[in-house]
Design a protein around this ligand. Structure first.
Ligand SMILES: C[S@@+](CC[C@H](N)C(=O)[O-])C[C@H]1O[C@@H](n2cnc3c(N)ncnc32)[C@H](O)[C@@H]1O
Length: 258
């Protein structure tokens, strides 16, 4: 069952254009990256990836390519195998693994939910997904709440910094939505995943995911990591749970657009 109130193709097209424009701005502002991109466009074109180990999708790869994976990004950055706006759907079937690091937060929440649903559809039975995305609880605790050590309220200049920093977490780097454990877990389950589990950086029971993260490490605690890393296995479709979550998010967030 498809959700009843999908954004229109026009809205989708405009969003995609906006995402591409933002990403392109980032590209041209970095000279080295721009030169590499030009070389890639002119000399290499898109290289078909090798799928000897089964189709493994690395989505929103940016500058971080993985050998033997199909490295996918909106932008034709160096080493990107396939340029694709995945918010418009995933044209794959039978993938064994999907990995997306620091990516989900770049999608509007309903697009993110649809993306998870699309990942489910792209995976073979028994296929796995691994995602990492900033942790809303860490953002709140470290960037905004009162000093937990002293319990004292902050000085005015510190409050000014905090207002800027927490907003940067939400809107900087073209972020669109910051997730906490509970909502991410619910979204994965509604999208048809089973065995949803939180993982430590670089650690996995699955060979293909072990040692795969590239993002920087902070002085985190396991209870409050700055990035959530989740794995889940393809399970049965759950159209009712999906529709329910879609409707709630649509009601709470999307209907506020004007
Ligand atoms: C913060 S970067 C993460 C890059 C890399 N995974 C890493 O951890 O360094 C997010 C990437 O997602 C890509 N991206 C954003 N929206 C996208 C979309 N709709 N479809 C495909 N890629 C997208 C951006 O171009 C960017 O390279």
């Amino acid at each position: 069952m498809e959700p009843s109130r999908r954004p229109s193709p026009l809205v989708n097209g405009l969003r995609s254009l906006r995402a591409r424009a933002g990403a392109a701005r980032e590209l041209v502002s970095d000279r080295k990256l721009f030169r590499a991109w030009l070389k890639h466009r002119v000399v290499h074109r898109l290289r078909p990836p090798s799928h000897a180990a089964g189709l493994r999708l690395h989505i929103g790869c940016g500058k971080e390519s993985l050998d033997g994976w199909c490295n996918i990004d909106l932008l034709p950055l160096p080493h990107v195998d396939l340029c694709l706006d995945v918010s418009r759907g995933l044209p794959f079937h039978g993938a064994t693994h999907i990995f997306a690091e620091h990516f989900l937060e770049h999608l509007e929440v309903l697009d993110a939910l649809a993306f998870l649903h699309g990942c489910h559809g792209s995976l073979a039975e028994g296929g796995w997904i691994r995602l990492s995305t900033p942790n809303l609880d860490w953002v709140w605790t470290h960037l905004y709440s009162a000093d937990p050590m002293t319990g004292q309220s902050d000085r005015v200049d510190r409050r000014v910094d905090k207002a800027v920093h927490i907003n940067r977490a939400f809107y900087g780097w073209q972020h669109r939505f910051i997730w906490n454990r509970e909502l991410l877990s619910e979204a994965l389950t509604a999208a048809g995943f089973d065995g949803v589990r939180e993982c430590e950086y670089s650690k996995s029971e699955l060979d293909d995911f072990r040692g795969i993260e590239r993002h920087e490490l902070y002085d985190d605690t396991p209870e409050l990591p700055h990035v959530l890393i989740f794995e889940a296995c393809k399970g049965p479709s759950r159209p009712e749970a999906y529709q329910q979550l879609f409707d709630m998010l649509h009601h709470e967030i999307e209907r506020c657009r004007y």
